[in-house]
Ligand binder design. Sequence first.
Ligand code: CTP
Length: 404
Amino acid sequence: MNIVVGVTGGIAAYKTVHLVRLLTKAGHEVTVVPTEDALRFVGTPTWEAISRHPVTTSVHEDVAKVRHVALGQNADLVIVAPATANSIAAMTAGLAGDLLGTTLLATMAPVLIAPAMHTEMWRHPATQANIATLQSRGVHLVGPAEGELAGGDSGPGRMAEPEEIFVRATALLSAGDLDGLRVAISAGGTREPIDPVRFLGNRSSGRQGVALAAEAAARGATVTLVAAHVDAAVLAAAQQPSVRVVPVGTARELSAAMKDAAADADVVIMAAAVADYRPVEAADHKLTKAEGGLGRIELVENEDVVAALATARAEGRAAAGQTIVAFAAETLTNAEERRERARGKRERKGVDLLAVNLADAEHGFERPDNEIEVIGGGGAVIATASGTKRQVARALWDAVLASR
Ligand code: CTP
């Protein structure tokens, strides 16, 4: 989504840096439009680096692209944080003296403002009347919070925290799509210990599951992400206030966490690669060649987690109307054979949708992109998607919504 973040001249501008970071991390295109005054608190290089877009305050730059109206017209959301008493007055009057003013006048997108000022200024009838006028025009308000202010005094006037503004922004962007949906997603690959230093594992990086979580959160869902050995750098994409991450190690830990999360989830997606077998017993010390314990490892089958979740649903131990999605990474290169296998797997596991992808040296694991087919009711291919794992996530969520 395209988001314009207007920054006006208050000390809280430094907190807006974190807000912009949260928004870009969630996959949004963010254009920061500071006022001249705002640049006295946080400078252009910071805004450009954090938003990865050029920053200007002036209506006279990029005139050929009619930037002063284009920004507002193309925005899906405009946020003003911090919104000072002066900028709130300017908005109310419809002043168009700078790029932020023209953007606010040109936009049809929702506008969210996060006021920040001293308590006396917030309480002044002029400010209160301006706020009432803006709200009557549909402008959304977040904060101000009570707390310590820049002068050491205390009271209402402190800008809402970036996380809170982010949650409100996300809700405004996604209203009517995944809004209010509770989602449980597993990602990554389990590791089954052989001894304290060895394990049985797989190549899943968790990228696809993390992308599904980030996309769901960006569209308004509340997400529990059960992450099995997902790198912190990969997980970062889903670090948002509406995503709760539950780290797990083994298949049994993943099973317990998913059963817990799925109990009241509207949608369950099993994107994790779960070990089908585990060593009967993990040795309590490092096995040695001399001991002969490594030549033959006795395995016992793990529970099929997604099948167990489907059974729980069938027995009424899950939220009504729950949708369950499984993944299957297959090495069959013939597309029709792969589909046939996926159809059988969907039936066997009792899930609604099964996303199947080819997993070989050039596809699937440990890569930024992916290519899937989604098998739905009756074995029909209801969607196909290829591209970045985020793009695939977007398409899969569209398919989930269409199937509900
Ligand atoms: N899965 C699971 N629990 C397991 C193994 C797999 O919940 N113990 C889930 C995966 O998260 C994935 C789906 O089942 O969503 C696909 O699993 P896959 O390993 O392809 O299927 P299997 O039943 O193991 O079939 P096969 O070994 O015959 O390919």
